[in-house]
Design a protein around this ligand. Structure first.
Ligand code: SAH
Length: 257
């Protein structure tokens, strides 16, 4: 028996991996995280499968579903939004499964930061200008370690994708303005890849007003980066004629990543 933790993707039911979809179809027990996992994904389950929402369950109850399935020798598909590597409670769940000697595996998914970048049509890195992406959140009721405070992260001028922070947009803008000028670009993507997706573009100076006027409060990604709307950058070396790499020979013998 195995518990498969499956990233369901950001909302569009077609944005689950082929492997994740197959496992949802095959597992006799499907345990999904409430409203954010698309209904169409869960609808793939076998008609005789036990399909449960974990919306009203605590960790003990989730573990109990796995224990009961194990007693019957049944695999479990644990389906969660986005990818399991980011704010998913994977660690606390697998720690409990390990204590019980239950087998588990993780199937990656498309994260909402990727779907948000796709909605914006935006590469989050740009040659010579920004080569790092920071995935984080603002500190609110859930504390963030002091060493990871937004101001210190901003010092890198890396692209910043902030999860779970839409209601904290005022605080985010205030703290980042201590490091960046007010015209620093920000985009907020609500429900990326859902039919009701909305995109708000602005700057640190006006984003709060725009987000509040739009009434965005949850399921939104805040992306803060100089790469947004940036057109002044060099071509990458990837397609440059004077370079060669793995599959393509150029004029010079040099490997480009
Ligand atoms: N593991 C998930 C993140 C879970 S935390 C992932 O990889 O995407 C929940 C946060 O993710 C939300 O507060 C929001 O910031 C973001 N989020 C989830 N789905 C989203 C979507 N479709 N569009 C924009 N942000 C989303």
């Amino acid at each position: 028996m195995t518990v498969f933790f499956i990233g369901a993707g950001p909302g569009d039911p077609e944005l689950i991996t082929v492997k994740g979809a197959r496992l949802v179809e095959e597992c006799p027990v499907v345990l999904y995280t409430g409203s954010l996992v698309p209904k169409e994904v869960v609808a793939r389950a076998h008609k005789e499968a036990l399909v449960l929402s974990s919306e009203d369950m605590d960790l003990d109850q989730i573990i109990q579903v796995c224990v009961d399935a194990d007693a019957k020798g049944l695999d479990v598909a644990r389906v969660q939004t986005g990818d399991l590597s980011i704010y998913s409670s994977l660690a606390e769940t697998t720690r409990r499964l390990d204590d019980l000697n239950l087998d588990w595996k993780v199937v990656p998914g498309v994260s909402s930061f990727q779907a948000s970048a796709a909605a914006l049509g935006q590469e989050l890195t740009l040659p010579e200008q920004c080569q790092t992406i920071i995935l984080s959140r603002a500190s609110g009721r859930t504390p963030v370690p002091e060493k990871e405070n937004l101001k210190s992260l901003a010092a890198h001028e890396a692209t910043m994708c902030l999860f779970l922070s839409a209601t904290l947009i005022r605080k985010v803008a205030r703290e980042l303005k201590e490091v960046y000028p007010g015209n620093w670009p920000v985009a907020v993507v609500e429900k990326a890849s859902h039919p009701e997706e909305r995109i708000i573009r602005g700057t640190l100076d006006d984003i709060v007003e725009k987000v509040e006027a739009a009434g965005i409060r949850s399921t939104a990604m805040i992306i803060v980066s100089k790469v947004l709307n940036q057109t002044e950058f060099r071509d990458s070396r990837l397609y440059a004629s004077e370079f060669s790499h793995g599959f393509r020979r150029g004029n010079k013998e040099e490997e480009v990543i």
